[in-house]
Design a protein around this ligand. Structure first.
Ligand code: NAD
Length: 508
């Protein structure tokens, strides 16, 4: 089936995709189907020589591309967005096959790519700089934004299409070329995505604008982050990866944009609309089988409504269909690999040993005739003293830990008590409490994303996306995130015919 999808995208003869046993001695990675547990195919990996060729081409492409006026660059991005509109179902099918996302979420991910392309087209006419008054007579000052260079993009497995687009569509209108190192857990989506974009770029006279390097972290990843020809590395993945990438890029005084792990909480106050809250929490906690950076992992509920909310959630969890992500009606597909199942089981065992009570799930799930990595979405109640150390870390699986509180200040402190700071939410009908959560003094949620009466996952592309603390501080996607992909130049012009020094200094 994956063969047919690749063929429909004109990729059946891509030499990097190998069906059957690889020949020729080149290093390969097996692509496994998390739904069946069986291999889909293999992909050939880059080595130092092909890496070097790719980077050289990307540098050359950048030198040509930066000369193109930004609104004209926008037209190329528009054409890429159109291509993804036409190929939405096919790319979605590849995402479902290799990462196990249910069809509607996989297609929704491609929609994010289309949305960010639209956003970038508009942005291509709005890369505004400021003008500022000079303190010297007969002088003008202004700021302009210039293309930066080839941008290195490292992506996680769980958004194998959209994370590239958040970076690549914005980088392209900014005048940058893009070199993408995808996760080896999702290389087919990357091959297809990059091929569509590069086909459009080459067809419009800009070959090499979008390129792909695939390889292991030690051979290709480390080379990419150490490469001084890439002034910016935008890396999405775990905090462990971000620590390594951040240090390596800083060591060469490059720029990094880090989008790392989350440990997101939803606070539910006693006056919340529980029907709305429970629907939002179920999607945020079990969607993508708990494998979103913004997944709700901790629920902090007012003690007056805790039992009722947990009962509602348990009922909803009981009706969730776990199974083949390509089948209509399935809400939860598999985890990405068998190791993720082991990590899920280990977290459940740790929670129990720390006094947590499993309310729902906690075990593998069996799906008839499928041997994939299925688990039961799980709810675990913390002990009455709220001490549950395992909940302080991100386990990339559908486990929701439930804590209770009396005083909203206690809830906000609990929400902020983890080392990550990505997404947060409060459910309340009390406007003062909602504003307290969003306090402009910074004493409310300490996360990059803070929502009221909505779940923690499912960000829109128009806002700047990212998180604080160990989530890395990066911002991508909308708002003014584009500034990370450009270099700022402050220009001062003397049209007075006299030399005046700033700060009134006389030097004669
Ligand atoms: P991961 O950290 O294992 O891998 C992410 C990427 O980093 C992969 O492409 C991997 O090959 C690469 N990488 C790892 N070490 C590297 C090195 N030394 N040099 C260069 N590249 C290296 O993460 P994952 O399992 O693919 O994804 C899950 C994690 O990603 C979770 O922690 C999740 O929260 C996070 N995530 C964050 C965001 C966000 O926007 N904040 C979005 C998606 C996923």
């Amino acid at each position: 089936m994956i063969r047919d999808v690749l063929a429909s995208l004109g990729l059946s003869s891509d030499p990097r995709v190998v069906f059957g046993s690889p020949s020729g001695g080149a290093a390969c990675a097996v692509v496994n189907d998390p739904t069946t547990g069986r291999p889909l195919c293999s992909v050939r990996l880059d080595d130092e020589h092909s890496y070097a060729r790719t980077i050289t081409q990307s540098v050359e492409a950048f030198r040509r591309w930066r000369e193109v006026p930004a609104p004209v660059r926008g037209q190329l991005v528009r054409a890429i967005g159109e291509e993804f509109r036409k190929r939405k179902a096919a790319i979605g099918a590849i995402i479902t096959a290799e990462v196990g996302k249910i069809t509607s979420e996989a297609v929704g991910e491609v929609q994010e790519t289309i949305d960010i392309a639209d956003f970038a087209v508009g942005l291509s006419r709005q890369l505004y700089g400021l003008t500022m008054p000079s303190e010297r007579p007969g002088h003008a000052m202004r700021e302009q934004w210039l293309p930066l260079g080839p941008v290195g993009v490292i992506s996680a497995f769980n958004f194998p299409n959209a994370v590239w687009a958040w970076n690549a569509m914005i980088a392209a209108v900014c005048g940058d070329s893009v070199v993408w190192k995808p996760s080896l857990l999702a290389p087919l989506t990357a091959l297809a995505t990059n091929a569509l974009a590069e086909r459009v770029a080459a067809g419009m006279g800009h070959p090499g604008l979008f390129s792909l390097v695939m390889g292991t972290d030690d051979v290709i990843g480390e080379r990419l982050i150490a490469d001084a020809r890439l002034p910016l590395i935008s890396a999405t993945g775990s905090c462990r990866m971000g620590r390594r990438v951040g240090q390596a890029v800083a060591a060469r005084l490059g720029r990094s944009l880090l989008e790392l792990g989350g440990n997101n909480a939803a606070i539910v106050h006693s006056d919340a609309d529980l029907a709305l809250a429970s629907r939002a929490i179920v999607f945020a906690a079990v969607g993508t089988c708990g494998q979103r950076c913004t997944t709700t992992r901790r629920l902090i509920v007012h003690e007056k409504v805790a039992d009722e909310l947990v009962t509602r959630l348990s009922k909803a969890y009981g009706s969730i269909r776990i199974g083949n992500p390509a089948e209509e009606g399935t809400l939860v597909g598999p985890l990405i690999h068998p190791r993720a199942v082991e990590e899920f089981l280990a977290a459940v065992a740790a929670a129990k040993s720390q006094g947590g009570q499993v309310i729902v799930g906690g075990t593998r799930a069996t799906v008839p005739s499928l041997a994939g990595n299925f688990v039961q979405p799980t709810i675990i109640r913390a002990p009455a003293n709220n001490q549950l150390p395992i909940a302080m870390q991100e386990t990339f699986a559908p486990i929701l830990y439930v804590f209770t509180y009396r005083d909203p200040e206690e809830a906000i402190a609990l929400q902020n008590s983890v080392s990550q700071g990505l997404s947060s939410a409060i459910f309340t009908s009390n406007a003062s409490l909602a504003e307290r959560f969003l306090s402009p003094a910074g004493t409310g949620s300490d996360c990059g994303l803070a929502y009221v009466n909505m779940g923690t996952s499912g960000a829109e592309i128009g806002g700047a996306f990212g998180g604080e603390k160990e989530t890395g501080g990066g911002r991508e996607s909308g708002s003014d995130s584009w500034k990370a992909y450009m270099r700022r130049q402050t220009c001062s012009i003397n049209f007075s015919g006299k030399l005046e020094l700033a700060q009134g200094i006389r030097f004669e």
